[in-house]
Design a protein around this ligand. Structure first.
Ligand code: ZN
Length: 184
């Protein structure tokens, strides 16, 4: 079973990036790893054909971030990356409006702050234009931060068969929530 680090190492400059404390050209491990336990998504918990697809979804969200980073031309603050299940429970207990199962729990989501509301709006417009397949949350967060994810690229059905993902979320099938191009 391959871990997140194994996939990183086999990915282009992955080994160098990890050594430098990065998971992508402009994303530090400390920004991406779980804030509560410093762990990476547990790709080793699933068969290799699934972990491969899972890592691909992670890379896609990093790639979108890097494109935006290049467009913006200065650092972008990442307020949340991967969150383990335990941390998700802690956040919910603290009263945060977090979903019971979030794309963050699979490391395929990033919450980012480019600047003020206007800066964030410009960033969303860029993403709408060049990465329209992403799921983007912005309005619901009063334009204070941007949530981006590639949850639709996860092997949802197979993860459900393994009971790693629920079938229903708030009584509705998860497939209806985690769709390509969703906006909220
Ligand atoms: Zn954690």
């Amino acid at each position: 079973m391959k871990t997140f680090e194994d996939y990183m190492k086999s990915f282009l400059e992955g080994e160098v990036l990890l050594k430098e404390g990065l998971v992508s050209e402009h994303i530090y491990i400390r920004e991406y790893a779980c804030r509560h336990c410093d762990k990476f998504p547990p790709l080793e918990d699933v068969p290799e054909d699934l972990s491969e697809q899972w890592f691909f979804a992670i890379r896609k969200v990093f790639d979108a971030f890097e494109d935006l980073r290049e467009f913006v031309g200065r650092p972008i603050f990442i307020s949340s990356g991967y969150r383990c299940k335990e941390y998700q429970k802690i956040l919910t207990a603290r009263g945060y409006k977090t979903a019971e199962v979030s794309p963050h729990n699979f490391g395929v989501a990033l919450d980012i702050i480019v600047g003020d509301e206007r800066d964030n709006q410009v960033a969303v417009s860029f993403l709408e234009l060049y990465h329209s397949d992403l799921r983007i949350g912005f309005q619901l967060y009063n334009h204070k931060f941007i949530h981006i994810d590639t949850a639709y690229l996860l092997p949802i059905k197979k993860l459900q068969e393994l009971k790693i993902l629920p079938t229903l979320v708030r009584g509705v099938s998860l497939q209806k929530y985690w769709t390509e191009g969703k906006r909220w």
